[in-house]
Design a protein around this ligand. Structure first.
Ligand SMILES: [Zn+2]
Ligand SMILES: [Zn+2]
Length: 172
């Protein structure tokens, strides 16, 4: 797996200490939604992914989701160049699944929109499986792979990715 450490993407430090999670039932998959440039997957555009992850962290930590988060809300983030960014990481409570739903599953974000770049490419799907396997190995994630919309009223992670989740979240 091609892991991008927090130092690599110049993550800000969390504003307070994390809440530890011993284990989870599995992982929930998310997407960014909104507009993601259609050419994001182009080989030359990975720097844009790094910018996007920084933007999301900034937004989450400045209250853009209505609540000020202590860090990016996700445990890991995957991009269409088969890179996996370290978010909060394993054994940490995420803040993305919805109230009462964060201790059950880790949260993994795909850089994928509902306009522009909307159909996950193979590198993105492989990166998601890399993240799931990493969280199983290092975070005691259980076997479940679900979508944000399972148990919460949202369209996330969008129909194409949700169909992949329902189909078993396998490598392409
Ligand atoms: Zn979501
Ligand atoms: Zn990328």
């Amino acid at each position: 797996m091609q892991l991008i450490t927090r130092a690599d993407w110049h993550a800000k430090k969390p504003s307070t200490s994390y809440t530890r999670l011993a284990s989870t039932k599995g992982v929930k998959i998310h997407y960014t939604g909104g507009k993601v440039p259609a050419d994001l997957p182009d080989a030359d555009n990975h720097e844009k992914c790094v910018d996007l992850v920084r933007d999301i962290q900034r937004m989450h930590m400045s209250g853009g989701r209505g609540e000020t988060y202590i860090d990016l809300g996700y445990n890991m983030v995957c991009c269409p160049h088969r890179r996996t960014f370290m978010g909060r990481g394993p054994h940490v409570l995420p803040a993305a699944n919805g109230p009462g739903l964060n201790s059950g599953h880790y949260a993994v974000l795909a850089l994928l929109g509902n306009t522009g770049f909307t159909e996950p490419n193979d590198d993105l799907l492989n990166a998601l499986v890399d993240a799931i396997e990493y969280l199983r190995e290092h975070g005691d994630a259980g076997h479940e792979v679900k979508g944000h919309r399972d148990g919460y009223d949202t369209d996330c992670p969008g129909d194409p990715l949700y169909h992949w989740v329902r189909g078993g979240a396998e490598r392409p």
